[in-house]
Design a protein around this ligand. Structure first.
Ligand SMILES: *[C@@H]1O[C@H](CO)[C@@H](O)[C@H](O)[C@H]1NC(C)=O
Ligand SMILES: *[C@@H]1O[C@H](CO)[C@@H](O)[C@H](O)[C@H]1NC(C)=O
Ligand SMILES: *[C@@H]1O[C@H](CO)[C@@H](O)[C@H](O)[C@H]1NC(C)=O
Ligand SMILES: *[C@@H]1O[C@H](CO)[C@@H](O)[C@H](O)[C@H]1NC(C)=O
Ligand SMILES: *[C@@H]1O[C@H](CO)[C@@H](O)[C@H](O)[C@H]1NC(C)=O
Ligand SMILES: *[C@@H]1O[C@H](CO)[C@@H](O)[C@H](O)[C@H]1NC(C)=O
Length: 508
């Protein structure tokens, strides 16, 4: 049955909140399609309803154009088929999921605000509402990033202002971040958690006197002012009634070791250990935000576990830090086993993937409709959650057709590309890829054991707080793949995964 017809039927049955609009597909010739949205129309996906035991729901998105296509069926008796078996063991459980989402960068705000109010609402609903992806965990930059129109901080004085008396949020906060964050809280029924990350400190706090570039260390006299700056940020957002669940020790401390233009603060683990122990840890834990979640690293997994080992040489630092945040950019050369090693060494610390995007360093940043870029997202998410990671966050939630704005021309791709001149936006395969997790795997779900039968058809599985099981499968093959999902407590599901597809299977 087509999705609109199903929606109509359900609304005739009085289940009026359940309805779904179809994707308006457009093919830009990049081996995949986008779904076009504007003020009048945008594809939606209804919130999942619990099923009775013995049935399953199936959601498929594929390169040929299906988007969250719903199907259902019933379990059969366990068979002895041995081929392509995905064995689920609900009793063998791992980490708890913290959430899924993206970042409220300035570029995200500029692009969303460039739409008419009708289209803007459709975009916000696409990420946050019960008929969208139901994002639950988002990152907010403290001040500017490379995805701003210019470099800035909250204390851009020419003379040092160590007391931070001139600290003030900027127009970017008031126009590009706060209104959208408020709307996101509203659309999620306040079921949204935020964490903050700083890119650069004010120039006068840094040894190189610049927002970016080589030797971007903090002057040692500025260790306490920089910790106070984090606190000032939390207070400023608090006064706007925006609460934060977490904060990181700073975005990518490795950047400041290189002559590159992304704003940064450089830290060796020795310096960082001193700063957390003496300044950041006590400042936050003795503040009104004492229970905020503090995450270390916020950088590539090549720094695991040795950078964390270096930080945790001091037990106070180990106590101050709740979790370890990682980015995906050098994953091709660093195996995911680094995540497991880190988990095994510090099992009380959670791992969270806090930034990812495609198109950086490519000739063409935005490739509209690229299915393979969607596959990169799904492959990465499965790999991370299969190695103890508690969630996965995208980078910019919306960029323009050039993959910007970014004042240092670091253009990249995004799951949603906005075309302001047409007052429309394009939902890319990456959007559906992250959605195959965020939509079905709410915070508080637990990763459970799930066998792998082939490396090009990776799988993962979770148990939801309501007892449901979610199995997510990536078929990277150009052909259908028959699979058997076997759960000793239920029986088995026989499926043909369509070629080049993302599949989420749910049962209770
Ligand atoms: C589409 O896929 C085909 C077959 O893999 C490949 O030859 C072609 O270069 C791809 N086109 C684009 C635009 O990526
Ligand atoms: C399962 O699909 C059938 C038609 O294919 C539909 O009538 C029925 O409502 C669906 N059940 C659920 C729980 O979605
Ligand atoms: C969201 O906004 C609407 C309209 O202003 C309001 O009625 C509703 O209570 C808000 N919901 C939440 C969770 O704040
Ligand atoms: C911190 O504590 C307050 C008050 O007990 C609570 O409302 C808030 O949710 C807590 N925040 C976190 C991040 O646990
Ligand atoms: C954006 O909209 C303009 C104006 O309608 C159109 O000319 C252009 O082709 C659109 N861009 C894309 C990528 O569709
Ligand atoms: C999968 O496809 C094969 C070949 O088309 C077909 O024989 C089989 O019945 C299908 N299996 C399921 C579970 O639909």
């Amino acid at each position: 049955m087509s999705i609109p017809l199903l929606g109509l039927l359900l609304s005739l049955l009085g289940l009026g909140t359940i309805s779904a609009e179809d994707c308006l597909a457009r093919d830009y010739g990049n081996n995949g399609t986008v779904c076009v949205c504007n003020a009048d129309q945008c594809d939606t996906i209804a919130r999942v309803q619990t099923l009775s035991e013995g049935s399953y729901l199936l959601y498929t998105s594929n390169m040929a154009g299906l988007r969250f296509q719903i199907d259902n069926g019933t379990f059969s008796e366990l068979s002895t088929t041995s081929e392509n078996r995905i064995i689920i063991d609900q009793d063998d459980s791992y980490q708890e999921i913290l959430g899924w989402g993206g970042a409220f960068t300035d570029a995200t705000g500029i692009n969303i605000n460039s739409l008419s109010s009708g289209a803007k609402e459709k975009l916000m609903r696409s990420y946050f509402s019960e008929d969208g992806l139901e994002y639950s965990l988002c990152r907010v930059p403290i001040g500017g990033t490379d995805f701003s129109t210019h470099g800035y901080t909250y204390v851009d004085e020419t003379e040092p202002d160590v007391e931070l008396t001139t600290f003030a949020l900027t127009d970017e906060d008031y126009q590009l971040k706060i209104p959208l964050i408020r709307e996101a809280f509203n659309l999620t029924d306040n079921n949204l958690r935020l964490f903050a990350s700083a890119w650069t400190a004010p120039k006068w706090m840094k040894l190189n006197g610049a927002y970016s570039g080589l030797l971007g260390f903090l002057k040692s006299a500025m260790y306490q002012p920089w910790a106070n700056y984090f606190l000032k940020f939390l207070e400023a957002y608090d006064s706007e009634n925006i609460p934060f669940w977490g904060i990181t020790t700073g975005n990518e401390p490795s950047l400041g070791f290189f002559p590159i233009e992304i704003p940064s603060v450089a830290w060796t683990f020795t310096q960082m250990r001193i700063w957390i122990r003496t300044n950041l840890g006590p400042t936050l834990r003795n503040s009104p935000y004492s229970n905020i979640t503090i995450m270390a690293l916020d950088d590539q997994r090549i720094f695991l576990p040795w950078y964390i080992d270096g930080l945790f040489l001091n037990s106070d630092v180990r106590n101050y830090i709740d979790g370890i945040a990682t980015h995906w950019y050098w994953d091709d050369i660093i195996p995911p086993s680094m995540l497991t090693t880190t988990h095994d060494t510090y099992p009380e610390k959670f791992l969270l993937a806090t930034e990812a995007c495609v198109g950086d360093g490519d000739d063409i940043s935005v490739v509209l409709g690229s299915w393979s870029r969607g596959e990169q997202y799904v492959f990465s998410i499965i790999e991370y959650v299969n190695h103890w990671t508690t969630g996965w966050l995208d980078w910019n939630m919306a960029l323009d057709e050039t993959g910007g704005p970014t004042y240092i021309n670091n253009n990249v791709d995004s799951p949603i590309i906005v075309n302001a001149s047409a007052d429309e936006f394009y939902k890319q395969p990456m959007y559906y890829g992250i959605g195959h997790f965020s939509k079905f795997v709410p915070r508080g779900s637990v990763k459970i054991s799930c066998s792998q039968f082939a490396s090009d058809v990776p799988t993962t599985a979770f148990k939801r707080p309501d007892g449901g099981v979610v199995v997510v499968i990536l078929n990277q093959r150009d052909e259908e793949v028959p699979v058997v999902i076997a759960d000793a407590t239920r029986g088995e599901v026989n499926l043909n995964l369509s070629a080049r597809s993302f599949t989420s299977v749910l049962y209770w």
